[in-house]
Design a protein around this ligand. Structure first.
Ligand code: PXL
Length: 277
């Protein structure tokens, strides 16, 4: 059993099954000590609800960081998701520098965009700051939209393998190390994930469930990190995360009232079986 101390930095959307309310249970179930740093507290996530409240916690972060450093707290991995502000990205880089254990991993999900568009809270300055964080990380997990914002590539709904290869080439040229590019599908009814690690590219294709589901990027990233910390390589972790995410979507299908997230909790036993736990 490989037990690690991980810090995950993302918002708390109190309702909506995304970010910390997904990452904390999944990583804990994966047998990892999970420390959290909330980037902001929102009444709900921003994708589909209106009138949500937001409390940005950026100004709390420097004192929290100083306290942890004074207590000699160090993390085997820092995993970031949706962050509260552009300024906060700088603080996150500071945390990675000061509080990573020797050999500690930085895993960045540049959660800022989907379907060709930035999420409502973000702008060009946020994208520029995210480039710095993403290109200094050990592993990034962008979807195609986020990869386009990180590289300046034009976003396309229809694409081929050459287009995806160009995105990966540009990410590499900009400094990306291991890349897990999600939502890559070349055929009707199929999607998949392309993993670039140590100069090798491997593709895992799986079923695409037509209904667009909120929060699946966060479920995917947390399940990936949990598998990685249980000793899987990036490709195997990407496959486990994909299979688990598909199960979560299947368990949610048919419940029209549950449009805002996926019922990831009910598929946790299968996830643990995939991890051999
Ligand atoms: O799932 C990504 C995410 C996380 N947190 C908040 C969001 C979103 C996506 O819209 O709004 C607050």
């Amino acid at each position: 059993m490989s037990y690690h101390k991980i810090l995950t930095i993302q918002d708390i959307s109190c309702v909506g099954q995304c970010s910390l309310t997904v990452a904390l249970p999944i990583l804990s179930a994966a047998g990892q000590e999970t420390c959290i740093l909330p980037s902001a507290v929102l009444s709900t996530h921003t994708a589909g609800f209106s009138g949500y409240t937001v409390r940005d916690l950026t100004e709390d972060i420097p004192a929290i960081t100083d306290h942890w450093e004074k207590e000699q707290i160090r993390f085997d991995a820092v995993y970031t998701g949706y962050l509260g502000s552009t300024e906060q990205i700088g603080y996150v880089q500071d945390i990675i520098r000061r509080l990573s254990a020797p050999g500690g991993l930085a895993i960045v999900d540049p959660a800022m965009a989907d379907n060709g568009r930035l999420y409502p809270a973000f702008d060009g300055a946020y994208v520029e700051a995210m480039k710095e964080l993403a290109f200094s990380a050990d592993i990034i997990l962008p979807n195609i939209t986020e990869a386009c914002f990180l590289t300046g590539m034009e976003y396309r709904e229809q694409y081929d393998e050459a287009y995806i290869a160009q995105i990966l080439d540009r990410l590499t040229a900009a400094g990306a190390k291991t890349v897990v590019l999600t939502g890559v599908g070349y055929r009707e009814g199929r999607t998949g994930v392309l993993v670039q690690e140590g100069g090798q590219r491997r593709y895992y294709e799986h079923r695409r469930i037509a209904k667009g589901s909120h929060g699946t990027g966060d479920v995917y990233a947390a399940a990936f990190v949990g598998a990685l910390l249980n000793g899987r390589d990036a490709y195997d972790a990407a496959v486990i995360a994909a299979d688990y995410t598909v199960l979560c979507i299947e368990r949610t299908q048919g419940d029209a009232d549950h449009w805002y997230g996926v019922k990831f909790e009910v598929a946790l036993p299968e996830y643990l079986r995939m991890l051999g736990l």
